[in-house]
Design a protein around this ligand. Sequence first.
Ligand code: ZN
Length: 271
Amino acid sequence: MFESQGTLKFYKDELLAARQGVGHFFTTRFGGVSGREGNLLNFSFSRETEEESFKVAENVRIAANYFGLDWKRFTAVRQVHGERIVRVTEEIAGARFGKPDLVIDADAMITDLPLTPLITTHGDCLPVYICYKDKAVGMVHSGWRGCAQNIGGKTAEAMCREFGALPEDLLCAIGPSICRKCFEIDAPVYEILKKEFPNEELYSYDPQRNKYFADLQGMVVLSLKSAGVRSCNISNAAPCTCCAENRGTFFSYRGEKGANEGLMGAAIWRV
Ligand SMILES: [Zn+2]
């Protein structure tokens, strides 16, 4: 569901939004100070000019203010399409924001610290939100490489290990990301994914163009389920970032052929 105020617009997952003690959001293009017309909410922390990095910082402050959060507590990692999961302790909280020089290579974060939003950035790759009651949260960036490495399920397992959660206590939501109709791949990527997820239903094939299509959301659901998360506690209802009808709402790396003017931010925190 979308939530708007003025020019700001966020997407929230209904199942997660109903959970007490946890806040989350997924940004859209709208409400920031980036872009040619100075109205885009770019959340790309790492690949911009100095001028744009000031604007991105301002965009983060705009979102933080809207949710009543301290932007210096936002915590981000440098996403490397790997499988490393970082537990965010007080020493790490604020990495890239309150602690701008602290750069950690990873693709998932977990924490039990309150009011410490874990934020990942996305331009088609899957955001996976995980919460353990009102006690701990996790945020995952999963592109196809992350899916092939089961980073979703591994993060759920890490929350059980680190915080004493039972898998059935976890609530997970996959945020806006590229759908199976849009995620076109060549044979080598198909072969890598197929090794980890052999289920034929996750794929389709276009013989005329010799292209495959893969259901990354379906893979994350399977990954979470094999970590013990119940189906009824996995929300997978978010819109596609790449489908033509959604391009006005989201940045899309594929949809804009790498010329996207920004990335979206996905954040979760304990209140
Ligand atoms: Zn799509």
